[in-house]
Design a protein around this ligand. Structure first.
Ligand code: AMP
Length: 223
């Protein structure tokens, strides 16, 4: 994104396990803009074992947040690529008020306003969901052993690669991630709530993922 035209900058907001990744994967096809997940970008660095990966690995395994400057730099680099020219869907960023302020600066100079969608889900449901979540090592597809199981146990429907439980999807780490959300990320909601017309709330607990994606498209004015 380089010029000053209007671009769609959708911020999917909500606690871990609220369905941001699932929604982003559905919405990128419908809205024609890429899914930018800071968690996925960080996990790629960890898997590659590069210096950034080594720097963030232990914080991520413990369910804490990596430093604001580091993650904001990754986002800036990602949204500057040509495929984000018409906009992008942010999943997992911003997670602190400081990140939200940095994002505002990035968007202002690109002529884009964020549209924030808050996926509301009960915490008890989140713990159940994340413990049953499995992800394809190869393509990142998400499954749930209860509500959306793969056709063959432990294998991805798309590419037959192994499905894994993320390191940070064990119950004690999930609880720590929810604590980080409460303490550092929830205040970002108040920051965005003060932006009339740009903040929407969606029930992310019930309903089929496709129906929730349809509601989000309607809210962001793309359907
Ligand atoms: P996620 O896949 O979004 O749940 O992110 C997994 C982990 O990556 C988080 O628990 C954090 O350790 C780290 N992370 C992802 N996004 C951010 C962010 N915006 N700020 C700080 N840490 C992040």
């Amino acid at each position: 994104m380089t010029g000053k035209e209007n671009r769609l900058a959708v911020v999917l907001f909500g606690p871990p396990g609220s369905g941001k990744g699932t929604q982003a994967k559905l919405l990128e096809g419908r809205l024609g803009i890429p899914h930018v997940s800071t968690g996925d970008i960080l996990r790629e660095h960890v898997a590659a074992g590069d210096s950034l990966g080594l720097e963030v690995r232990s914080v991520m395994q413990a369910g804490g947040l990596v430093p604001d400057e580091l993650v904001s730099r990754l986002v800036e680099e990602r949204i500057s690529r040509p495929d984000a020219g018409n906009g992008f869907l942010l999943d997992g960023y911003p997670r602190t008020v400081r990140q939200a302020e940095t994002l505002n600066g990035m968007l202002e100079c690109r002529g884009a306003d964020p549209v924030v969608v808050h996926l509301r889900v009960d915490y008890n449901r989140i713990i159940g969901r994340l413990s049953a979540r499995r992800q394809c090592l190869q393509c990142g597809a998400l499954y749930n052993l209860v509500s959306n199981p793969p056709k063959a146990a432990g294998r991805c429907d798309r590419d037959d690669s192994s499905l894994v439980l993320r390191d940070d999807d064990s119950e004690p780490v999930i609880r720590q991630r929810l604590r980080a959300y409460d303490e550092q990320t929830r205040p970002v909601l108040d920051y965005y709530r003060q932006r009339p017309g740009k903040f929407f709330e969606v029930d992310g607990g019930d309903g089929a993922p496709e129906a929730i994606a349809g509601e989000i498209c309607r809210l962001v004015g793309q359907e």
